[in-house]
Write a protein that binds this ligand. Structure first.
Ligand SMILES: NC(=O)c1ccc[n+]([C@@H]2O[C@H](COP(=O)([O-])OP(=O)(O)OC[C@H]3O[C@@H](n4cnc5c(N)ncnc54)[C@H](O)[C@@H]3O)[C@@H](O)[C@H]2O)c1
Length: 296
């Protein structure tokens, strides 16, 4: 059971002696799944893995609402900054970043989104967010949050034009989304002004604060996601582990999506736990939805 493919990487590089005994594995997060798919396509993955992140009951909820809430929580706990009326730039409009954008807007921030994918950018526009290239957003942002799974999303040229007092936070899996070496090289002074807040002073006197050393801010300065959203992720993990155990002989050394029946079962169980009941198709409705002759 992995989160970010670190365990897989260690097993494939340093403990290859253990690989033959491994029946299969599961992966929790987007960044891990990207790495595993790269390994599978190069033919180097040595055991089957189920990409738990692919489950609807994982990324629609944990990534969006979990990361959305806990990222804001981390930023606020670290800085006690007011979001209302501030320009908050969210890098990416994936599952995590759209949750962050949604929650920040709810707290009164003017949210700007940056993207590289035209479809996601269009979605952000139609969800009512301002979409700009990072080079333009960098000039106007008060608070920046990255959650792309990518590298150097906030880079040297962006740091050059940021406003005095800009706050940088990352919620993507690794601390590479802000180019920290560039920030360190540009700054003439670095001071820890409070827990989780390193303030860098630029040669022209501008101050830029990096939160939680650029690591996942919701884990660095807050408590991660609430249990009431992680329950679905971990239910997927558990049911996928069972699925691997039951189907060990039939799986190849590849990355598999979570079986749809597991995803649906997790949703059903979550609704049940929340005390919410829904309707069931009547035989008449089922027949209607399955036919092509009626209703034309
Ligand atoms: N903080 C947490 O607790 C937590 C929880 C779940 C996932 N994650 C991590 O957050 C990251 C994002 O996950 P996700 O599920 O939202 O991924 P996603 O694939 O749904 O979204 C990522 C988005 O970033 C965009 N992007 C890539 N490079 C960019 C760039 N240079 N500028 C602007 N946008 C760019 C992509 O086009 C995509 O739309 C991953 O690293 C994931 O592992 C963190």
């Amino acid at each position: 059971m992995d989160d970010g493919a670190d365990l897989v990487s260690t097993l494939h590089k340093e403990r290859t002696d253990l690989l033959d005994e491994i029946m299969g594995g599961t992966e929790e997060t987007t960044t891990g799944v990207i790495r595993l798919r790269a390994m599978a396509s190069k033919g180097v993955l040595r055991y089957p893995i189920i990409a738990v992140n692919d489950a609807m009951t994982k990324h629609l909820f944990d990534n969006r609402y979990g990361t959305g809430q806990s990222t804001i929580d981390g930023i606020v706990r670290a800085t006690n900054t007011l979001l209302a009326g501030r320009v908050l730039v969210v890098a990416g409009y994936g599952w995590c970043s759209r949750g962050i954008a949604l929650r920040a807007r709810g707290m009164g921030a003017q949210v700007v989104v940056t993207e590289v994918d035209p479809l996601r950018a269009l979605e952000a526009v139609m969800d009512g967010f301002r979409v700009l290239p990072m080079m333009e957003a960098a000039r106007i942002g008060d608070i920046f949050v990255t959650s792309t799974g990518d590298i150097n999303v906030i880079d040297g040229p962006h740091l050059e034009v940021m406003r005095d007092g800009a706050i940088l936070a990352n919620s993507g899996h690794f601390n590479v989304e802000v180019n920290i070496p560039a920030l360190e090289a540009m700054a003439v002074e670095k001071q820890r002004i409070r827990d989780y807040v390193d303030q860098y002073t630029m040669p022209d006197g501008r101050r830029i604060s990096l939160l939680g050393e650029g690591r996942l801010i919701n884990l660095a300065a807050a408590e991660g996601h609430p249990a009431s959203v992680m329950d679905m992720s971990f239910a997927n993990q558990a049911l996928c582990a069972e699925h691997i155990a039951k189907n060990a002989g039939n799986l190849h050394n590849d990355v598999y999506s979570v079986p749809e029946e597991i995803d649906k079962e997790v949703a059903r169980l979550k609704l049940h736990a929340m005390g919410i009941t829904i309707d069931t198709l009547t035989p008449e409705q089922k027949r209607y939805l399955e036919s092509w002759e009626e209703g034309t």
